[in-house]
Each structure stands twice: as structure tokens, then as C-alpha cells.
Design a protein around this ligand. Structure first.
Ligand SMILES: [Fe+2]
Ligand SMILES: [Fe+2]
Length: 259
């Protein structure tokens, strides 16, 4: 009896430790992307990822199709009610389509958008009792999770920066203000090495020479790992893949990156 009790206590302890470990896991899960990683998920034009970092869970963007977004969330067993906040990089349709689904699945959401988001978007959030926070300047959202604040002269956008043990991890939506400008902004804000950058780089209209120049800037800025995806452009993604080799991260829906 005593042995059974000891085994029971030991098992509970292991279970509690492993659960604690899971909660503290630093992980990015791609929920929406132009490419598929996990064959049980679906792709679509757009981007979204769930960031779990330092015990906080933040959704970054919400994809370009509500049904596909919801299907991937279910397939990947993501609990939306467990998310602390949502950040929208910009107001393009391929990044905000899951908004209603998210609002319906979580009563207590803080939604961080750009200062320049439309009142129409604000009304959609308020109608479903979400709290809308407009971001203009850089800020620390949670411990080690930063936003660049509004960048760009034409299409305005914000990116997310994680301050990890390995260096900065930068997450972009479409990179309309220019991927190199975003990297420089992150370095200027936190003055650390760039471990990884992932997301859409918006380079499909860029010539091979222009992309080569951008890759040189990545090298100059010391970017260690790269996950170019979404609107980067097929051939342009190939150029990043060739340059980074084993340090290129293939993204796509269902991909999990731990660090
Ligand atoms: Fe996009
Ligand atoms: Fe965009």
C-alpha cells in the first residue's frame, strides 16, 4: 500500500513538472500561411501564428479565410480562450479574417492594432466586447514580447520582437515598411543580435538583384536564421533558402518552432 502511494505521488509529481514545462514552452505555431507544413492543416493566402513566450500567449494576425483559420485552430488543438492578447500587424484582409472567430471564442481579449486602423474594425471588436488598444510607438506587451509600433509611410504595419536567450526573434506580417527597415528597427530598440526572422517579406515584385541586395543586408545585420514565407514570393523564398541553407526554416501551416 505504502509502495503504491509512493508510486502515485511520484507519478503526480512527474505529471505536474511536465505540465509546468509545457506551459513555459517558448514556441511559435504557424496557424495560417500560403504553404502547408502539417498535411492535416490547410493553406490559404495570409498569415497567422500563435506565440507562446515567457508564459504569455499572443496571437499574431488571423489569416485570410475564417473557415480555414478555424479549421487549422481546431486541427492543431489550439485553445483560443487561453490566449492573452491578439496583435494585428496591419489591416489587410489576409491578416484579419479570423477576427470574428477569435472574438466568439474568447470573452476577455485585448486586441492590439495600429493607431491608424479604421473605426469599422474598432466597431467590430467593440460589438463583441473585445478591448481595442491602438499602438503608435514601440512597446513591451508582456515580458520579452515587444511591438515595433507603427512603421511605414504608405502601408503602415507593426512587427513583433521576442527577446530570447539566443537573440531577437522577429515576426512580420507582410513587411510593407520594408523587411530591412524592420530588422534595423528591432536592433535599434533592443540592441541585440537577430537570431531569427520569420513571416511575409513582400518581395514578389522584387528583381533577383534587389533580393540579393536585401540578403546582403540580412548578412550585414547578422541574421542567423530565416523563415521567409507568405507574400515573400516563390522564387524570392528560394533565394533565401539557398543563402541560409540549414538555417532556413521551412514554414507552412502547422509548423512549430521552439527556442
Ligand atoms: Fe499579407
Ligand atoms: Fe499586406
Amino acid at each position: 500500500m505504502k509502495t503504491l502511494l509512493t508510486i502515485g505521488l511520484f507519478t503526480s509529481l512527474i505529471f505536474a513538472v511536465s505540465l509546468r514545462g509545457q506551459n513555459n514552452l517558448n514556441e511559435i505555431t504557424i496557424l495560417f500561411d500560403n504553404y502547408v507544413h502539417n498535411p492535416d492543416t490547410k493553406s490559404g493566402w495570409g498569415f497567422s501564428c500563435l506565440v507562446s513566450f515567457n508564459g504569455s500567449k499572443v496571437l499574431f494576425d488571423a489569416g485570410g479565410d475564417e473557415i480555414v483559420f478555424a479549421s487549422n485552430v481546431t486541427c492543431l488543438e489550439i485553445d483560443i480562450s487561453d490566449i492573452n492578447s491578439v496583435v494585428f500587424s496591419h489591416e489587410h484582409g489576409d491578416h484579419i479574417a479570423g477576427l470574428n472567430y477569435i472574438l466568439a471564442s474568447n470573452d476577455n481579449l485585448k486586441i492590439y492594432v495600429l493607431a491608424s486602423f479604421s473605426t469599422k474594425f474598432e466597431d467590430r471588436v467593440k460589438e463583441k466586447n473585445g478591448e481595442l488598444i491602438r499602438v503608435k510607438s514601440p512597446l513591451e506587451l508582456y515580458k520579452g514580447i515587444f511591438l515595433t509600433g507603427e512603421m511605414g509611410d504608405q502601408i503602415k504595419e507593426q512587427s513583433m520582437i521576442l527577446d530570447t536567450d539566443k537573440g531577437l526573434v522577429i515576426i512580420t506580417g507582410c513587411s510593407h515598411p520594408g523587411i530591412v527597415n524592420i530588422l534595423k528597427k528591432a536592433k535599434e530598440m533592443l540592441n541585440k543580435n537577430i537570431h531569427m526572422v520569420l513571416g511575409g517579406f513582400h518581395l514578389s515584385q522584387h528583381s533577383p538583384d534587389a533580393v540579393k541586395e536585401i540578403i546582403q543586408q540580412f548578412k550585414y545585420l547578422g541574421v542567423e536564421q530565416c523563415g521567409a514565407t507568405h507574400c515573400t514570393g516563390e522564387k524570392q523564398i528560394g533565394m533565401f533558402r539557398d543563402f541560409f541553407g540549414k538555417n532556413f526554416i521551412e514554414l507552412g501551416t502547422g509548423k512549430k518552432i521552439t527556442f
